[in-house]
Write a protein that binds this ligand. Structure first.
Ligand SMILES: [Zn+2]
Length: 257
């Protein structure tokens, strides 16, 4: 067992942070997440993601030969870029459209470097609402996305939960196994963060098995710095939820320990 000290400010980073109308994105001291170009897509130098999200997207695209029919439309945005998009959309599209499809500056997932808008490759791709259908290569991408840690973030029918209109083109990296759990349980990120409150750390974790691996997921509420003990004989990782605590993920082999 290992002792870990978790600090309050750490709840604002990690692949499971919830950024929406309620929870703003808190930039780190340098003002930027650690960003990386999309490997293999040097011709798109303006599209950046957090390193792990970029690498996993590359693995998925390689697996399905995705770049032949899919283009990256928008990745990481600075607060300033989000403000510019908001202002120009207000002018061009009006308030109702903008509030439905553009996140309020400071509250956009694009600021985290964990979100990407993808479009079907065609002559003209709409920047705010690219086409990303359920058929063809886009459909293949959707089928495999959760395996690589990506979810469709703003599904149809969940607009009241996410506060954003149906956006079939917007994908968010949450990591494995969380994308698979959310898909299996039919949960948006808002609902998943809430759902995990039933599984407090050190009591009864949520168990998820996939391809010979078992994962234990639990929630740890944090109001001030805390020291926890964690089994470090297996891989584990911890993400803030950007609200009030952490999600702790522990990997186990299916058969043992
Ligand atoms: Zn987006």
């Amino acid at each position: 067992m290992k002792k870990l000290v978790l600090q309050k400010e750490e709840i604002y980073s990690g692949s499971l942070i919830l950024v929406n109308r309620t929870y703003a994105y808190k930039e780190n001291r340098s003002g930027f997440p650690e960003l990386s170009l999309l490997p293999g897509l040097e011709e798109e130098p303006e599209i950046l993601l957090q390193r792990r999200a970029a690498v996993l997207l590359l693995y998925l695209m390689d697996k399905i030969n995705g770049w032949q029919g899919i283009v990256p439309v928008s990745g990481w945005r600075s607060l300033r870029e989000q403000e510019e998009i908001w202002d120009s959309s207000l002018k061009e599209n009006g308030r109702k459209f903008t509030e439905t499809y553009v996140a309020v500056p400071g509250h956009s997932e694009h600021q985290t470097g964990l979100a990407i808008d993808l479009g079907r490759k065609q002559d003209s791709v709409d920047f705010i609402r690219p086409e990303f259908p359920y058929t063809g290569i886009c459909g293949v991408f959707r089928e495999r996305a959760a395996e690589y840690g990506f979810i469709e973030r703003y599904p149809e029918g969940k607009e009241a939960v996410t506060g954003i209109g149906y956006e079939p083109w917007h994908f968010r990296y949450v990591g494995v196994p969380h994308a698979g759990i959310m898909e299996r349980e039919g949960l948006t990120l808002e609902e998943y963060i809430d759902f995990l409150r039933q599984f407090p750390y050190g009591e009864r974790p949520y168990r998820y098995c996939r391809e010979g691996q078992e994962f234990l997921v639990s929630y740890l509420e944090l109001s001030e710095a805390i020291t926890i003990e964690i089994d470090d004989s297996h891989p584990y990782w911890i993400s803030g939820n950007n609200a009030d605590g952490f999600v702790i993920t522990q990997e186990r082999s299916r058969h043992g320990y």
